[in-house]
Design a protein around this ligand. Structure first.
Ligand SMILES: [Zn+2]
Length: 378
C-alpha cells in the first residue's frame, strides 16, 4: 500500500528517552521517514504527549470476545480493535490452556490476521498447556498435559509471527526448552511451583521471560527464592507484570521494577473479554467471569485475568508507583519490543521505525491512536 508523505507533531514527543518539544515526525509508507524541526506554517501541533504505540504480549480477550472461544480472524480483529482504543497497536493474542484443536484454530486465525494486517498482530502467545497443575489459576486442569507432536506442529509453525510459549519449568525439562528456543520459540516461565534451581536451569536452557511475575508462581521466601526470586535474580530475563492494583501489591510491584530495572519489566494486561465491553459477566469455558470494579473472578473467587487496558497500566505505574512517565511508557513499548525481537521496528519513535503512536492527554488518557501513520482512534 502506498501512503502519501505526511507530518505529525505534538507538544511533547518521546524521542530517545526525552520529551522533545518543537519536533515533527515525517511519515511515509507507514514508517517514520525523518524527525525534523517543527514548522509553525505547515505543521499542526497536537496537545499532549506523543509516545510509541503500546505492545501487549498477553491479551486473552477484549470487546466481549475470549480468543479461546472465538479463535477466528474475526475474533482476533474484535480483540485488537477493543485494545486499540487504549493505545495498543501491537499484540500477541493469547490462548490459555486448551485442546490441540483450539490451538490449531488459533494459529490459523493468527496466520490469516497477519496476512491482512501484518503490523498489529505480531504473533501469538500460548499460555500453556504445559503447566503445573498446582499453580493452574483458572486454567482447566483437564487440558494441562505433556508436550506431544500434536502441539509441537502448531507452535513451530512459521506463518504465525512471534510465538511466545508459557511453560512450567518443573514440567518441561531444560533440553526440551533448548530445542524449542532453537526453533525460534520465545519461552516464558509461569504457572509453576518450580524451585529456584529448576528455574535457573530453564533460563540457562534459553528461557527469556516470566509470565505475570508474582502471580501463579512459587514465591520468594527466606530459604527458597522460588520462581519470584529467580526472576528477580535473572538479569537477562524479562518479566511481565499486571499493574491493575488487584494482582500485585504496589510495593511488591515497585520492588520488582527496582530490582530488575525498567529494561526488563513489561507491562501486560492479561486482559479478558471485559476490556472494551460493558458486560460485567462473560462466559469462560463452562463458567462465567464476573467483574466487580477492577476485579475479575470466577464464581469460586479465583482471580481470573484482568479488565486492565495498557493506558491504565502506564498510568498506574506513573501515579501509584511513582516512576518517571518515560520509563512507564518504555515498559509498554521498547521493552516488550526488545523481548520479542522487534527492537529495530517497534517500540520507539525513531527513523525507520513503524509509525505507530499514541497521543496521551494531561490525565494520561488516550486521545488519539495512529497505526502505520494512519489515525485509527480519535
Ligand atoms: Zn496466567
Amino acid at each position: 500500500m502506498e501512503f502519501e508523505m505526511h507530518r505529525l507533531s505534538a507538544q511533547k514527543i518521546l524521542i530517545d528517552n526525552r520529551w522533545e518539544p518543537g519536533k515533527s515526525i515525517v511519515i511515509k509508507d507507514g514508517v517514520i521517514k525523518d524527525i525534523v524541526t517543527f514548522n509553525p506554517y505547515t505543521d499542526k501541533c497536537l496537545e499532549g504527549w506523543l509516545v510509541p504505540g503500546f505492545i501487549d504480549v498477553q491479551v486473552n480477550g477484549g470487546g466481549g470476545v475470549l480468543f479461546n472461544s472465538d479463535p477466528t480472524n474475526n475474533g482476533v480483529q474484535t480483540i485488537m480493535s477493543a485494545h486499540r482504543k487504549f493505545g495498543t497497536t501491537s499484540m500477541l493474542p493469547t490462548i490459555i490452556t486448551d485442546t490441540a484443536e483450539t490451538m490449531r484454530k488459533a494459529a490459523d486465525a493468527i496466520a490469516l490476521a497477519r496476512s491482512e494486517d501484518q503490523n498489529g498482530i505480531v504473533g501469538v502467545h500460548f499460555e500453556g498447556p504445559f503447566l503445573d497443575t498446582t499453580k493452574k489459576g483458572i486454567h482447566k486442569e483437564e487440558f494441562i498435559r505433556e508436550l506431544s507432536d500434536e502441539e509441537l506442529d502448531v507452535i513451530t509453525r512459521k506463518d504465525i509471527g512471534k510465538v511466545l510459549l508459557t511453560v512450567a519449568p518443573d514440567r518441561i525439562p531444560p533440553d526440551v526448552i533448548k530445542a524449542l528456543v532453537n526453533q525460534g520459540i520465545i519461552i516464558s516461565l509461569g504457572h509453576s511451583n518450580a524451585t529456584f534451581e529448576q528455574v535457573v536451569m530453564a533460563i540457562e536452557a534459553g528461557a527469556t521471560g516470566f509470565t505475570h511475575l508474582f502471580n501463579a508462581m512459587s514465591p520468594l521466601t527466606s530459604r527458597e527464592p522460588g520462581m519470584v526470586g529467580a526472576a528477580m535474580n535473572a538479569k537477562s530475563a524479562y518479566a511481565g507484570i499486571i499493574l491493575d492494583g488487584e494482582h500485585v501489591h504496589p510495593i511488591s510491584a515497585k520492588l520488582a521494577i527496582q530490582a530488575k530495572g525498567i529494561d526488563r519489566i513489561m507491562l501486560v494486561t492479561d486482559a479478558m473479554p471485559h476490556v472494551g465491553s460493558e458486560a460485567s459477566s462473560l462466559p469462560f469455558f463452562d463458567t462465567n467471569i464476573e467483574r466487580q470494579d477492577n476485579r475479575l473472578t470466577t464464581p469460586d473467587g479465583t482471580l481470573a485475568g484482568s479488565c486492565l487496558n495498557m493506558a491504565s497500566a502506564i498510568k498506574y505505574a506513573y501515579e501509584q508507583l511513582g516512576f518517571p512517565l518515560h520509563d512507564c511508557v518504555d515498559m509498554a513499548t521498547r521493552v516488550p519490543a526488545t523481548f520479542l525481537g522487534l527492537e529495530n521496528s517497534k517500540g520507539k519513535i525513531a527513523k525507520t521505525f513503524d509509525a505507530d503512536f499514541v497521543l496521551l492527554n494531561d490525565e494520561l488518557l488516550v486521545s488519539k491512536v495512529y497505526k502505520n501513520g494512519t489515525l485509527v482512534h480519535d
